[in-house]
Design a protein around this ligand. Sequence first.
Ligand SMILES: [Zn+2]
Length: 317
Amino acid sequence: MKSVSGTAVLAGALALGCLSTPSPLAPSFHGTVGAPNLGVQTDAVELPVAGPGFVRYRPLGAHHYGRPRLVAALTRIARELAAGDSLAPPLVIGDLSAKTGGKIDGHQSHRTGRDVDILYQYVTPAGARVAAPGFIRVEADGLARVPEDGHILRLDIEHEWRLVKALVTAPEIGVQFLFASHNVEALLIDYAMARGEPLELVLHVQSVMWQPGDSLPHDDHIHLRIACSVEETVEGCTGGGPYWEWLPPLPAPVAFDEGKLALLVADDPPLEPLPVPSDSAPFTTPSTPALGAEAARGSVGAKSAAQKTREPAETSE
Ligand SMILES: [Zn+2]
């Protein structure tokens, strides 16, 4: 029977990205592990059913678990936006992730506690603020029809911009993406420019705000994805989009320093020779020079073959 060496297994696992999920080979990965569309999470925190300034869209849903810092940012921002604003309806928050992550119904991502859907905010045609009655589609003119009753609402651009600004400046999180439709982005950016918001802030929002090309246009909610923190990256967090230049620098691999390694092992006790069983024959080198040379050639040949079989696994994507 062919045996597979541990090195080969490890090389294969690396090549396939298997180390992005906890396994006996990488037991120390925890928290938000892997990419948002191919990962899991541990130690998640549940967003409460309701709190100051927010409610969950699905009170009984099981998919409201996220990274502690994401839940902290959401609850803080909702509380602060509602403070002193007696007319503010609650923000309506959709799915985050399952308690242990992985695939959940209705989402390709939302697997690692870094994603959350926040329903858009609306006003009536007369200007009264209302909580989002559901996932209703905002058209290019900012209007949205409630399918159940035919009522027309309008995107509350002013308060949606306040929310976006609070999210991109939140110290707890680094925003990787704000998925929103092109129409909603245009309305928000026009509003911000007309309002004289700092150009740097507007460009920041434009950078992270995207209408995804491979999923729904996000014309009925904004989808926030936070980037891996430095600590999370070390513990297995990866992917999900660009790591923007304004985020804290990620740790670089440490260069191998032979001098330091020599110092580290200098105090190690010398290796004891292995005991030789008394009844075994002493090891002798081949006495025939020709045989020795052949064995040596065979050894080199065998090593090359081993390297050849390992190389594709180590270099393939
Ligand atoms: Zn989403």
